[in-house]
Design a protein around this ligand. Sequence first.
Ligand code: FAD
Ligand code: DLZ
Ligand code: SF4
Length: 530
Amino acid sequence: MSCPLIVILGDQLTDDLPVLTGAPADAVVALFEVEEEGRYVPHHPQKIAFLFSAMRHFAETLRGQGRQVHYTCLDDGDNTHDLIDEAERVARLYDCDEIRVTYPGEWRLFDRIQKRRHGVLAWHTVHDDRFFCTRESFHQWAQGRQRFRMEHFYRWMRRETGLLMDENGKPQGDQWNFDHDNRKPLPDHIDFPATPQHKPDAITREVVALVETHFGQHFGSLEGFNWPITRRQALNDLAHFIEHALPFFGDYQDAISDRHPFLYHARLSGALNAGLLRPLEVCQAAERAWQDGSVPLNCAEGFIRQILGWREYVRGIYWLNMPEYKQRNALKADRGLPAFYWSGDTDMRCMRRAIEMTRDNAYAHHIQRLMVTGNFALLCGVRPEALCDWYLAVYIDAYEWVELPNTLGMVLYADGGYLGSKPYCASGKYIDRMSDHCQHCRYDVKKSLDEDACPFNSLYWYFLERHEKQLAGNQRMKLIYGSLNRMSDDKRQALREQAIRFLDQLDYEPAYGQGDHLAGYGQRTGTGSD
Ligand code: FAD
Ligand code: DLZ
Ligand code: SF4
């Protein structure tokens, strides 16, 4: 009698997933390294190496549990290099009559699988239990609501899970949110915790060499690869974060350092999104640290909110609105991505450092993504698709279910305020307050006009002016539009001209498939052959 083929995707590396616990003991479990997944956007080599190494280690774990495992390596001769085709090829190889897979995290794959449901080889999608809120529960919660803000969702999740709740059903500390304690800039002298180190083993070294050969032309360095690629290493990083960084996480959550890429952030998003850690165990570890007195409440709450609140909320938004959500462009932004996003070659110190850190680590923390590279793209009017593809490519943790709402919704306001109540637009003043970049910059953050004026300043006013019709009525923007309207016509004109001059002299990335930075990439269809 034939058995189902159990397919495990690169971001489904959790050994008690329902698709595995519900499988017959003799089922073949399959993992595939394929070119197409590395190229539908030009993924950072560290991201590809992280997933391939984690997949290979996970396959070892499954074998150790007595499972029969099929593993397609990238350079296997008969590799079809497409996840769906590869699953069907391998299913035939083992004489399987059915393919089971956990719901994929990206709509493009979900859509393709749906279309294959009733093919010769039936595909079955199995519930992903790695989230607090199911797609169906989010749907129900959202139904009938005019506005569904993260804060409301988060409170509901706190009640549902009991995390940081007292025995009377009240939030610990009598407050849901300690955000007002969490906006401290960095003091001049501060020591950050050392980053936990993982010495690459033979599997990782082999994978790094493989990725260098196949994807070495992609933006991003492989040097110093140091991500946790097993559950054991991920648990080690979690423990390290709880002990050394969480006690300060809240205070400096919004700060940016010219020198240090990680500050007090967890660096756990890659491991979480790939399934090496479960969000519940991460939140419980933070809650325990608060309960035993080693972490203040504002830090534990601020951290748990990111995972229990934001992470779940953006996933809900994604599945509720795809595929239509991806087409939104409420501000009609139509510029290409500035070419220096792929090189860091700019005099703007904040942008240069955020892009260099991204190149070196496949990582930038939230405020760099939101208020530096994101804010700049918003002010320039970069097309959502161009910016989303960049964020999806360059970060260790990037999958469309989490990247798209953050970029299209939170950063670009391209959903017209569905996710965030106002655009996160800011002038250089914000970056100066929260970072030490400006003191190293060739531009003067205090100036808006002149050749050496900080570009963020004129771009900011020009952005507000361009979108006055859409944004001036927003209660939260009233104050700033008051300032714009009190400005003399001459000053407004000078700022407009300064911004346009700046935008005109930027180089923009060529269309996909035509630029050097994409040399050798496959066509960016991402939809395979369906
Ligand atoms: P910490 O700052 O230590 O936070 C702890 C955890 O909270 C993270 O590991 C993550 O799981 C979760 N989290 C925090 N903020 C968010 C958020 N806004 N949305 C979802 N989860 C959050 N995160 C991704 O996991 N994948 C992405 O592709 C991604 N793209 C982003 C794109 C943009 C434009 C922006 C502004 C943010 C994006 N984020 C994304 C959210 C956030 O920047 C990262 O989760 C975070 O920087 C990861 O680093 P960390 O583990 O050190 O996080
Ligand atoms: C991101 C990625 C890459 C680069 N390569 C693979 C791969 O070769 N095999 C695989 O199973 N998964 C890979 N992934 C992760 C998938 O893109 C991810 O599972 C889907 O985007 C769904 O979230
Ligand atoms: Fe960035 Fe402007 Fe500061 Fe330079 S002066 S680092 S461009 S905010």
